[in-house]
Design a protein around this ligand. Sequence first.
Ligand code: SF4
Length: 369
Amino acid sequence: MTAPLPLVFDAPRRGMPPRHLADLDADGRRAAMEALGLPKFRADQIARQYYGRLQADPEQMTDLPEAMRAKVAEALFPPLLTAVRHIACDDGSTRKTLWKANDGTLLESVLMRYPDRATLCISSQAGCGMACPFCATGQAGLTRNLSTAEIVDQVRSAAAALRDGEVAGGPGRLSNIVFMGMGEPLANYRRVVSAVRRITSPSPDGFGISQRNVVVSTVGLAPAIRKLADEDLSVTLAVSLHTPDDELRDTLVPVNNRWPVAEVLDAARYYADKSGRRVSIEYALIRDINDQPWRADMLGKKLHKTLGSRVHVNVIPLNPTPGSKWDAAPKPVEREFVRRVNEAGVPCTVRDTRGQEIAAACGQLAAEG
Ligand code: SF4
């Protein structure tokens, strides 16, 4: 009998940044105050500045005595992310930011503004170890996990930029978060779950964004999906399936060799049962690879059987990487694919491809440097 492979949750802490306020929960913040010799009530005060006022510079926290600010800055606010550049498209309503972490690691986030909401797509890892052959980030491999604070601070920065009117359309409020930037969120499980709690808890513990407005995506790490279901969160789970058959999926999404389609869909059903939320299935439609009518039929059938009405398929026109053999499926093929999945009783729509002109598909901006 072969010994089971170790689980891939939580790769080791390699090159992580120093501890930051956003790494800590309420108890951790209070302990940090104690260690600094400060009264415990300061913990909530500082957290309110960070999560409520979106302030990450203690020098600007005017309710803190001046003499205390440098100490707090040194202990809890190490520099985390510096914006290397912002690229805007869609008339300025989409803005992609390339960040440099304190060790030079590059990562990115994309802010998309719609008439009724503002969505931020964030990274959970620098690079990605899942090696999907059609993805730029996958080609470069995993650099490292991001810390909870590095994930959370992408949100704070975007919320502040919106509030301060730095994004076309005037001042606004960040309403939705999707973990669909660089990386496989569930391979950085503990830090991602902590980040979800900071994003969704009310002040002073977090930004107070509704759990229902948060999407956590995965290529299908089945045991981690089940573990997430047991966290009793009501975030939306998005599974990047990309094909309903193991033969092709073993190549398109190599982790399928470990957790095949049936196991992934069973775990997704468990998530739907526990959370009461509809699961999203992501399907990057690739010309002559996974766009055949029979695959649409098989997808519809398998999803209907496993998840019933608690599923929605998002077809994503592939954003081709320069020089790559992978290309988007032609529009008539895409329409037929969508029609067939719908016909099987599974709601299926084509996802809006905001930011294509600035290479917003997984990791491409950072890959370009
Ligand atoms: S498609 Fe997603 S999971 Fe696959 S390599 Fe790219 S970033 Fe990683």
